[in-house]
Design a protein around this ligand. Structure first.
Ligand code: ADP
Length: 401
């Protein structure tokens, strides 16, 4: 065994594997795509030669191939000291990361009904790594766990009580690992501690969510029972009127059709009719493509409304934080969003907003902004690596007692 840590993130048809050293420095990472399809493909980042996968490779075959490739390239010498897994849904069972044992696996299975696209593949990743490294502690880090501090008034829907008590229908929230990282990084940049800082964290990637964090704890968030609620996203609609379901049924759409449309054909993709990719959308809008401009406008306006909504959960605000591929890279989206927030007094400095990378404190707001705005690159893999080594070490100490 060496003292490295592996971080596994299995998506429905892809996976990411990252390797960290014992100081939590990333050594390398790898990606496998189009899993379970004839053209399954894997690659170590920065390496031109693909890693060979059999046609139709499963998540477990891809993980085995990538671990072997790490070993062949002498990136890993033995087994890791811990494996951390991103698990999407932990329901109300998991308030924090957990060492994986049979009970944890059963609880993740029990939450699969709430995340049918994610929890089963997360479990496939866990089982594959347990088979490869039977004696290595495995740790599950849940997207939902950080939001378990939401007060009941924020997590309950105004539905009959039985929906919650019989079926677990409530708001869970997602992207928790990223929002947790924002709470800690923002506190560091603001020269505070997480327990004394309150922020609004906007994670804007292909999926988008926003969280109100009061004294380090998540107190409100935009995603709900599933990751479909809230902001406009790449292909997801975010909030719609629930009356839509009846109306579309009357037009002949089945529940499955509506699910598919809201998750895969809506959001930026649906509004623009062109792409779910914000960078491409900005280019199209620059060339006069009006539906792309509309998609950007709806995205930014919805985000600004949610920023306003999040203030209802906070007694103070130390910073508005942008992260995720869009939040970190698009000065235009940050500007288009904050221009709706004059009443809140958030003003960006155009130069800092455009070139924030040059300033180490991530600040993009003007000096007279009532609240600072920051850009902070997210790093969910690092959080998972830290949690995996922390719990593995605690587990080892425990078993030695
Ligand atoms: P994921 O949620 O899959 O991890 P990312 O966080 O990488 O996704 O975010 C992907 C999104 O970020 C895409 O819409 C992409 O176009 C957008 N993005 C990345 N760079 C830029 C940029 N310079 N300007 C606008 N959008 C960008």
């Amino acid at each position: 065994m060496d003292d490295s840590i592996l971080v596994v993130n299995c998506g429905s048809s892809s996976l990411k594997l990252a390797l960290f050293d014992h100081d939590h420095q990333k050594i390398t990472s790898a990606l496998a795509e189009r899993l379970n399809q004839s053209d399954a493909f894997a690659r170590i980042n920065g390496d031109e030669t693909p890693v060979h996968l059999p046609s139709g490779a499963s998540h477990s075959q891809a993980l085995a191939a990538l671990v072997n490739a790490f070993k062949d390239r002498a990136l890993m010498t033995g087994g890791p000291m811990a494996v951390g897994h991103r698990v999407v849904h932990g329901g109300e069972t998991f308030r924090e990361a957990s060492l994986i044992d049979d009970q944890t696996v059963s609880a993740i299975e029990a939450c699969a009904a709430l995340a049918p696209l994610h929890n089963p593949v997360n479990l496939a990743g866990i089982r594959a790594m347990q088979a490869l490294f039977p004696n290595v502690p495995q740790v599950a880090v849940f997207d939902t766990a950080y939001h378990q501090t939401l007060p009941e008034r924020a997590y309950r829907y105004a539905l009959p009580e039985r929906c919650y008590s019989d079926w677990g229908v409530r708001r869970y929230g997602f992207h928790g690992t990223s929002h947790y990282f924002m709470a800690h990084e923002a506190a560091r940049l603001l020269d505070k501690t997480p327990a004394t800082s309150s922020i609004i964290s906007a994670h804007l990637g292909n999926g988008c969510s926003i969280t109100a964090i009061q004294n380090g704890l998540s107190v409100d968030t935009s995603m709900g029972l599933t990751p479909l609620e809230g902001l406009v996203m790449g292909t997801r609609s975010g909030d719609v009127d629930p009356g839509l379901f009846d109306y579309l049924a009357s037009r002949g759409m089945s529940a499955g059709d509506v699910h598919e449309m809201l998750n895969k054909e809506s959001g930026l993709q649906g509004l623009s009719g062109q792409t779910n990719d914000m960078r491409t959308l900005c280019e199209l809008a620059d060339h006069g493509h009006e539906p792309s401009q509309l998609a950007i406008d709806v995205f930014c306006f919805r985000l600004a409304r949610y920023i306003g909504a999040m203030t209802a959960s906070l007694t103070k605000l130390d910073a508005l934080v942008f992260t995720g591929g869009i939040g970190e890279n698009s000065a235009r989206i940050r500007q288009n969003t904050t221009r709706h927030l004059h009443l809140l007094g958030i003003e960006l400095d155009p130069d800092l907003n455009e070139h924030h990378g040059r300033w180490s404190d991530g600040r993009i707001s003007s000096p007279d902004s009532r609240y600072p705005a920051l850009v902070i690159p997210t790093n969910e893999e690092l959080v998972i690596a830290r949690e995996a080594s922390r719990l593995a070490a605690a587990g080892t100490e425990h078993s030695e007692e």
